[in-house]
Design a protein around this ligand. Structure first.
Ligand code: HPA
Length: 274
């Protein structure tokens, strides 16, 4: 079966259960899953009940799709994503993004946990991603192109919507905090970087480092969706501080910013009009 047939089966299964057309899809990163509890009139679908949907194996990722409303905005929240380091192909890592678009969503809000390379950040800083550097070595658009989905060579000059970043910055200001912008470097993982790799990433212009997001953002752009992506700096990147990085710390920081993060998304989502 080709990608389109797989995606159509997933779309049909979700549509039969949620009975609404989402305006936006929201992907929740490590430790940031609590936002799914904020939806009104929520319908929850376990990933196992969606055909061809990759299961979430990463700790800190729930593995469920929740459809519902923030204010009047119909949205679908994905609590748990598929990463390359789990052994998934880049096409599988971005499968959920294809499905969100086919369900009718014109926007993607993608969140993640990231290491802070820019020394002006600290643990818990929320950062709007302004651009990315794909160092994952793979791309979800390789293979035959489905011209009905998007062009063979999609433009990426505004992969992260300028208008959406302004909405996010203003929303943060209303809530009383600053939302800096940064460039996200994506690696395949799963090991955290070496200090030498972090120095290299800083030299090439990266402010943040992580192991996700880029496959989804590439596919969202391919499908013509507008993207907002927000990183939570769960730890300063390797070698910045004189301490080791562990996944428990990453999850704990996610829990600490939960309230601020949830409030931010609640202000932003009703303003994303495609
Ligand atoms: N590196 C890569 N991915 C991450 C990190 C990091 O330091 N923190 C959270 N995700």
């Amino acid at each position: 079966m080709n990608q389109r047939m797989l995606a159509d089966l997933a779309v049909a299964a979700i549509q039969a259960k949620i009975g609404m057309t989402p305006e936006a899809g929201v992907v929740l990163g490590s430790g940031l899953g609590a936002f799914a509890d904020e939806l009104r009139d929520a319908v929850t679908i376990d990933y196992h009940d969606i055909p061809h949907w990759p299961a979430s194996t990463a700790i800190g990722h729930a593995g469920k799709l929740v459809a519902g409303y923030i204010g009047d905005a119909p949205i679908v929240v994905l609590s748990g994503r598929a990463h390359l380091y789990e052994g998934y192909t880049p096409q599988q890592a971005a499968f959920s993004t294809r499905v969100m678009s086919l369900l009718g969503a014109h926007s993607m809000v993608i969140t993640n946990a990231a290491g802070g390379i820019n020394l002006s950040y600290s643990q818990g800083t929320l950062v709007a991603i302004a651009d990315h550097i794909n160092l994952q070595g793979v791309n979800p658009l390789t293979g035959p192109n489905d011209d009905a989905w998007g062009p063979r060579f999609p433009d990426m000059t505004e992969a992260y919507s300028t208008a959406y970043r302004a909405i996010a910055r203003n929303a943060a200001a209303v809530l009383g905090f600053q939302l800096p912008e940064g460039v996200y470097a994506a690696l395949a993982g799963p090991n955290y970087e070496t200090p030498a790799e972090i120095r290299y990433l800083r030299a090439i212009g990266a402010d943040l480092v992580g192991m996700s997001t880029v496959p989804e953002v590439i596919v969202a752009n391919h499908m013509g969706m507008r993207v907002l992506a927000i990183s939570c700096v769960t730890n300063m990147a390797a070698g910045v501080l004189d301490q080791k990085i562990d996944h428990e710390e990453v999850l704990e920081t996610g829990r600490q910013v939960r309230g601020r993060f949830t409030e931010l998304l609640k202000v932003i989502l009703p303003q994303l009009k495609g």
